[in-house]
Structure formats: structure tokens, C-alpha cells
Design a protein around this ligand. Structure first.
Ligand code: UGA
Length: 446
């Protein structure tokens, strides 16, 4: 089959390459000529494991190409996916939908055959129905244009795997839909053949599934972080507690890692947009708990600064701090709303000299926080450090050898912001180990 994907960011580029991998002929479309030039040359403009290989394989096979030309894209397929960004509006909680509307407004008048516009972006409930009416009004006379919603659940860092092997496929269709279900079942046939559940819903349910999923995940993380605050008050250990909770299959251990909390381009803005939308719908009481989820999460960042201040003897003035990790999570170069980078900035504001190292997110970090110092390796960042902070759990940091690092730092103090280090190993190498939600680990050797 043939399809297009509008928007070539984390979501759109992965989806375009994924659709081609399934054997379809795909055109990726973006208004940014630089992105299109890179992608056409087989280069991914961000870091995502295995995506480059999948992209290049499908470009070479002649199944995947990229363009900025909407008319060419409109001509080339009958299913048009929409994967543009829906960031938080400046100064308010609501989502900025201008990119979504721009695609529909530009694409639909160019359609010459019946078509389905399939939204994948995360949008406030009601957007798809509104876009459906708009598409019907903008479509050339006699051309049927349907809007459907097929939310995307992929995680950055695992985007390729999640695209080809999703947990489920959700498709919301218009009440009078004739084209969408058949078209999507055919497009996703290789995935459905593996037994992946396909849920057909109305538009508003499909939109709500996505934001509810992210709200649940955010709540799970903030739940364990709230318990972590109580653990800190009584010197209990939140990681042992989470392990014990996790054995209950109704609770589960996944997404129960206490630490610096959630960030990135999705969870924080999605729970805020969800609250804003519920308010518009007169259901704001239903989601006031998400405000608490958000504030527990943001408190983690200031708590990390307090913990580091304590670890440095009560003041950050003149302290030399190594920050290991800047991306919002490992296997990503994304620093949007990154807790790690946020903490690095706060430490500097409090008078510390901050040396940041991240395996992939250096360039993005520099453009957001140009005044921090950036090192070329973990060891270099730790040079004469008064404290080494692990703020993103890259395998490279989890595997650091505390014996080797001991010869580099000024004080053997490590602060584990993600509860990812083997504390006993560090203590045995003479380090004092600080962590969120756990008692201070005193060195067991000199
Ligand atoms: C999230 C969802 O997991 C995806 O299902 C969804 O498709 C995506 O948002 C989206 O809406 O596009 P992502 O933002 O890539 O995916 O990252 P997650 O793996 O969900 O992690 C989010 C944040 O939570 C990270 O900062 C991570 O460090 C933090 N986290 C995660 C914790 O603090 N504790 C945990 O136990 C798990």
C-alpha cells in the first residue's frame, strides 16, 4: 500500500520508516527543508537506536522517500498519517495545535481522490471530530475525506521496536466512516498477523486512551516518588519497597523506579494539556490529582539540589560538581524538560561549577544551557569533583568503575539521582553514596 506521514520528528520519522519496513511505499513530509535533506540522505536528525539502519534500508529498497512538497504527497497516497508535534503553549497548560491544523488546512484542498487522514499526534479530546468537520468543508467537491485517530504509544529509545511490535493498535473512526478501518487493517496487516490486539473506537475514546495512558504512567512514577519522600523522612529504602510492591501482579514493578522523576516531550506536557482540556469540558475536578502528580515530580528536582548541597557539606558555593547525564532518559538525545539538565542549571544558579557529560545529548544541551561546562567524557567531568551526580541512567554510568573514578575526584561522594548504581560496590570502593529515597550509604572501606 501507499501512505504518507506528515511531520518527521521522533514520531513521524519513525512511523514513516516503520511503515516502509512493513513493505509499504511511504512518503515522509515536513515543512523543514533541512530535516528533509538529512532524512533523504539516510541521516536521522536525532538519536534513536536502530532507526538509521531501518531508514537507510528502506530508502535503498525504494520504498521510502521524503519531500517538502504537499501537492506531490497528496497525489502519492490515499492514507495520510499526521505525526506533527503538539507542544505545550507558551505561558499556559493547553496544547498548541497549530501544526496539526496547518497540515489539514494545506493537505485537504489538494486531495483529488477519497482519502483518510489518520492522526497519530497526541491531541486534546475533541480535536479529531473538529478536524473531521474541517476536512469535510475543505475537501474539493465530490471528494470524501475521512479523519481517523490512531494514537501512538512508542517510547523514545525503543521507538523502532514499539512501532513494529506495539502492545495494541487503537483506531478511532468517525460515526459514518467507510474507509478508515479497512485501510488501517490492511496497512497494519503484518503486525495484526502476530496477534496484536486491534481496538476500534469512536474518535474521542481513541484520543482519550492516549492521554489516559500517559497520565497513568506519570501517576505511577509520582506515586513512588511521593512514597520516596516519606522514606527519606524515616530512613527507609524506596528501592527495596518498590521491589516488594512490584511482586504484586496487580501493581507490577515497571515504571516504579523512584528518583529524579519524569521529563521529556510527552509526559509533562500531556498531563498539563489533559488538565486544561478537562477544565474546558467542565470536568476539571476529575483531574485535579494530576496537579499533585506534576508538583511531586517537580519537587524531585529541588530535592536533588538539596541532597547535593548536603553532600557538599551544606553549601554549593565554589563546589565542583560532575553531572553525568543530560538527556531526559537513556538511549535518547532529547533534553526537552529534562530533569537532569534542569538540576544542572539549578546547581549552577546556587554557585556551583557544573561539568556536564552525556553520551548523546551534548549538542542539544549546549543549545539550551550554553553557560554550563561540557566535558568530553565521564572521567573528564569528574576531574577534581566534590560530588559526582548520576542524573540519567545510561549503561555507561551504571557500569562506571568506582575504583578508577576514585583517583579523579576531589571527594569520593556520589549522588545517585536514578537509584541505578550498585551502592555496596561504591561504598566498598570508599565512596559515600547519596540517593533519593534511601539512607546515606557510608563507605565501608577507606
Ligand atoms: C512516554 C510513554 O511511555 C509512551 O508510551 C508514549 O508514547 C510517549 O510518552 C509519548 O507520548 O509520545 P517517553 O516520553 O519516550 O514515552 O519516555 P518514558 O519511557 O515514558 O519515560 C518518561 C520519563 O519518566 C523519563 O524521564 C524517565 O526517566 C521517567 N521514569 C520512567 C521514571 O522516573 N521512573 C520510571 O519508573 C520510569
Amino acid at each position: 500500500m501507499r501512505c504518507t506521514v506528515f511531520g518527521t520528528g521522533y514520531l513521524g520519522a519513525t512511523h514513516a520508516a516503520g511503515m516502509a519496513e512493513l513493505g509499504h511505499e511511504v512518503v515522509g513530509v515536513d515543512i523543514d527543508p533541512d530535516k528533509i535533506a538529512k532524512l533523504s540522505g539516510g541521516e536521522v536528525p536525532f538519536y534513536e537506536p536502530a532507526l538509521r539502519e531501518m531508514l537507510q534500508r528502506n530508502i535503498s529498497a525504494g520504498r521510502l522517500r521524503f519531500t517538502t512538497d504537499y501537492a506531490e504527497a497528496a497525489e502519492s497516497a490515499d492514507v495520510h498519517f499526521l505525526g506533527v508535534g503538539t507542544p505545550q503553549k507558551k505561558g499556559e497548560y493547553a496544547a498548541d495545535l497549530r501544526h496539526v491544523y496547518n497540515v489539514v488546512d494545506t493537505l485537504v484542498p489538494l486531495l483529488r481522490r477519497p482519502a483518510v487522514v489518520v492522526g497519530k499526534s497526541t491531541v486534546p479530546v475533541g480535536t479529531a471530530a473538529d478536524l473531521g468537520e474541517r476536512a469535510a468543508a475543505l475537501a474539493p467537491a465530490g471528494i470524501r475525506v475521512e479523519v481517523a485517530w490512531n494514537p501512538e504509544f512508542l517510547r523514545e529509545g525503543l521507538a523502532v521496536q514499539d512501532t513494529l511490535h506495539p502492545d495494541r493498535i487503537v483506531l478511532g473512526v468517525q460515526r459514518d466512516s467507510q474507509l478508515a478501518e479497512a485501510a488501517l487493517r490492511e496497512l497494519y496487516a503484518p503486525i495484526l498477523a502476530n496477534g496484536v490486539p486491534f481496538l476500534l473506537t469512536d474518535l474521542q475514546t481513541a484520543e482519550l486512551v492516549k492521554v489516559s495512558a500517559n497520565a497513568f504512567l506519570a501517576t505511577k512514577i509520582s506515586f513512588i516518588n511521593a512514597i520516596s519522600e516519606v522514606c527519606e523522612a524515616v530512613d527507609a529504602d524506596v528501592t527495596l519497597l518498590a521491589d516488594a510492591l512490584g511482586y504484586d501482579a496487580r501493581i507490577g514493578r515497571r515504571f516504579l523506579n523512584a528518583g529524579l522523576g519524569f521529563g521529556g516531550g510527552c509526559l509533562p506536557k500531556d498531563i498539563r494539556a489533559f488538565m486544561a482540556r478537562a477544565g474546558e469540558l467542565g470536568a476539571n475536578h476529575a483531574l485535579t490529582f494530576l496537579r499533585e502528580v506534576d508538583s511531586i515530580n517537580m519537587r524531585r528536582r529541588s530535592r536533588m539540589v538539596e541532597l547535593t548541597t548536603g553532600a557538599c557539606g551544606g553549601s554549593l558555593l565554589g563546589a565542583n560538581i560532575a553531572v553525568l547525564g543530560a538527556a531526559f532518559k537513556p538511549e535518547s538525545d532529547d533534553v526537552r524538560d529534562s530533569p537532569a539538565l534542569n538540576v544542572a542549571g539549578l546547581l549552577q544558579l546556587n554557585g556551583a561549577t557544573v561539568n556536564v557529560y552525556d553520551p548523546k545529548a551534548m549538542e542539544n544541551s549546549r543549545s539550551v544551557f550554553p553557560t554550563l561546562n561540557y566535558s568530553t567524557s565521564a572521567i573528564e567531568a569528574c576531574d577534581r569533583a566534590d560530588a559526582a551526580l548520576v542524573l540519567t541512567e545510561w549503561a555507561e554510568f551504571v557500569d562506571l568503575d568506582p575504583e578508577t573514578l576514585a583517583g579523579t575526584v576531589r571527594a569520593k561522594v556520589v549522588v545517585d539521582g536514578r537509584n541505578c548504581l550498585d551502592a555496596s560496590r561504591w561504598r566498598q570502593a570508599g565512596w559515600r553514596v547519596y540517593a533519593l529515597g534511601r539512607p546515606i550509604g557510608e563507605p565501608t572501606a577507606a
